[in-house]
Design a protein around this ligand. Structure first.
Ligand SMILES: O=c1ccn([C@@H]2O[C@H](COP(=O)(O)O)[C@@H](O)[C@H]2O)c(=O)[nH]1
Length: 298
């Protein structure tokens, strides 16, 4: 892919406000110092056309073979539409929720079981959105082997999808984007460095497979790759037959310890902020730890 074309696209995306620095909450709940709001592209037809053509070229360069294309709702829907219209490839639309009337279909368009479908996405973090769309298509008998994405945040999504048999082909990597923005003077080297450190230190969690959602808490605790703290929480939820967590927003140590003592046997976790206690001391933490042990609470 032509480097000059990519550099100019990155600068255009920055100019139209699709690249934002600050503090943003991701789908997973993780707070991120960078966010890509590619929804704004719909107001810039030239950018939409350029992005769609680069996505298609990326699929071609990767040697992807497909009979139809499906965009991950919603941002990638217009991108998939442009690709399908200009390249004359049949398109499928995955509904986010089935209609309560009419056909109640989850996938619109002509479905031919056994056809290979190319997935189109705007941004990948964990890969969960690509995987959700893939699973719906697979449920209709379609096959998915390749996904093209405009921007890979490089937080592990590519590996997660590879483990599910899907090859992810990104047009822009976040490292390339940061270096172009630093070069153009839009971002200073220290901001770029801290974003890169954040991305390296915060790999996205592996997306849950549909089959896992129906497992019991104990079975989920035993799955390979489950974080030890998550495994402990699942185990407690199973043992205590409770999925309750109490938010102890009280202002005195006495109230906090009394509440912890009373609800401990009924909940799996208690969360609080010691900075809202007017009389916090290290002894409060010690006592809270003892109560957590006796009532097996996190
Ligand atoms: O900077 C970002 C990050 C994510 N998104 C949206 O989230 C999903 C991708 O996250 P997964 O964890 O890979 O599912 C994607 O559909 C984006 O629309 C974003 O817009 N900007």
């Amino acid at each position: 892919m032509d480097d000059t074309e990519l550099d100019s696209l990155i600068l255009k995306l920055y100019d139209i406000g699709a690249v934002k620095f600050g503090t943003f909450k991701l789908k997973s709940g993780l707070m991120s110092p960078i966010y890509f709001d590619l929804r704004v592209m719909v107001s810039y037809p030239a950018v939409m056309n350029q992005v769609s053509s680069l996505l298609y070229k990326r699929a071609e360069d990767a040697g992807a073979r497909f009979d139809c294309v499906c965009g991950v709702p919603y941002t990638a829907l217009p991108l998939a539409t442009i690709i399908c219209s200009t390249k004359r490839v049949p398109m499928l639309i995955r509904r986010k929720e089935a209609k309560a009337y009419g056909t109640k279909r989850m996938v619109e368009g002509l479905i031919r079981p056994g056809d290979m479908c190319l997935i189109v996405e705007d941004v990948v973090t964990s890969g969960s959105s690509v995987l959700e769309t893939t699973q719906v298509l697979q449920g209709e008998g379609l096959k998915v082997r390749d996904a093209v994405v405009l921007l890979d945040r490089e937080q592990g999504g590519s590996g997660h999808l590879a483990a599910e048999g899907i090859a992810l082909h990104p047009v822009i990597s976040i490292s390339k984007l940061l270096s172009v923005l630093v070069e153009a003077g839009h971002v200073d080297a220290s901001t770029s460095g801290s974003v890169e450190r954040f991305l390296q230190a915060n790999p996205a969690c592996r997306p849950m497979r549909q089959a896992e959602e129906s497992l019991g808490y104990g079975e989920r605790a035993a799955l390979p790759g489950t974080h030890p703290l998550a495994a402990r929480l699942f185990t407690l939820m199973e043992e205590k037959t409770s999925n309750l967590c109490v938010s102890a927003d009280v202002s005195s140590a006495d109230e906090l310890l009394k509440l912890a003592d009373a609800v401990g046997p009924l909940v799996c976790a208690l969360k609080t902020h010691v900075d809202v206690l007017c009389d916090f001391s290290p002894a409060v933490s010690v006592r809270l730890g003892e109560l957590a042990k006796t009532s097996t609470t996190i």
